[in-house]
Design a binder for this molecule. Structure first.
Ligand code: ACM
Length: 260
């Protein structure tokens, strides 16, 4: 059984140092095996120019945010999955890093960009990928990837037992959809959403909180508030994701007929 959690908080746009400080404070007294942080959790979300993206995006793993997250993961002995704005040469990605107590493990670059993210970021150029972190096999996807059911399906077919899902949600549908994804694929999922409002360049976005941890069987282990900063924790028995047999006759994966 592992202790899994999310950090739901309100990042301040452009205040990378302050946001990292806040993350460290929120995790200070937490005893967790794995924790998921929101999408773009050190930069903020509502970019208004390419210049802002260029100044806030960081190299991974050499940038300040990944380094700081690696230190927290090492000191607190936890796996951290966190959404970051990534600079790679002259390309920018909406990415999520996986860091463990042993160091940086990998990056997922958001495949399905949402709305004006398409102005600022290139779509992910990699695959949905599995990380075996010892106690569990995790898969990573970001926010709007949820509306494409193949995101969780592909991760699950590749062996993910726990979906780590950083988010900056502005619509109210994702949380319930993720419960269904967990039913369809018999996996666990942690959706780490942010709170607060960003008002920039004449635009305003309200983020919807309600971060959650969902389990096979369409069980909601934990759902957070809409607006409070908090760390949510649930105990997960990952064995619950390993058997895809529904009854004596049906297996969620072997019964699929995708080529008809
Ligand atoms: C989203 O993908 N940030 C809605």
């Amino acid at each position: 059984v592992m202790r899994a959690g999310f950090v739901q908080f309100n990042p301040r746009f452009g205040d990378v140092e302050g946001n990292l400080q806040r993350i460290e404070e929120l995790l200070r007294n937490c005893n967790l095996d794995i924790v998921v942080l929101p999408e773009l959790c050190t930069s903020g979300y509502l970019f208004t120019s390419h210049g802002e993206v260029e100044s806030l995006a960081e190299e991974i793993p050499d940038g300040m945010s990944t380094k700081r997250l690696c230190r927290i993961a090492r000191e607190r002995r936890m796996v951290i999955v966190a959404g970051l704005a990534e600079r790679k040469g002259n390309l920018f990605f909406n990415s999520a890093v996986v860091v463990t107590p042993e160091g940086y493990r990998g990056t997922y670059r958001k495949i399905h960009l949402f709305y004006e993210e398409k102005l600022w970021f290139a779509p992910g150029d990699g695959e949905f990928q599995i990380y075996d972190v010892g106690f569990c096999k995790i898969g990573v996807m970001i926010c709007f990837d949820w509306i494409f059911p193949e995101s969780v399906r592909i991760l699950s077919l590749k062996g993910a037992e726990l979906i780590c899902h950083p988010a900056n949600l502005v619509l109210p549908f994702c949380q319930d959809a993720m419960v269904t994804r967990c039913l369809e694929n018999r996996v666990f999922a942690i959706t780490a959403n942010r709170t607060g409002v960003e008002k920039r360049g004449g635009k305003s976005l309200t983020f919807t909180g309600m971060s959650q941890i969902a389990a096979p069987g369409a069980v909601i282990l934990l759902r957070s508030t809409e607006d409070r900063e908090e760390v949510g924790v649930a105990e997960i028995d990952v064995d619950g994701a390993r058997n895809k047999q529904v009854n004596d006759f049906n297996n969620l994966f072997k019964d699929r007929r995708p080529f008809l």
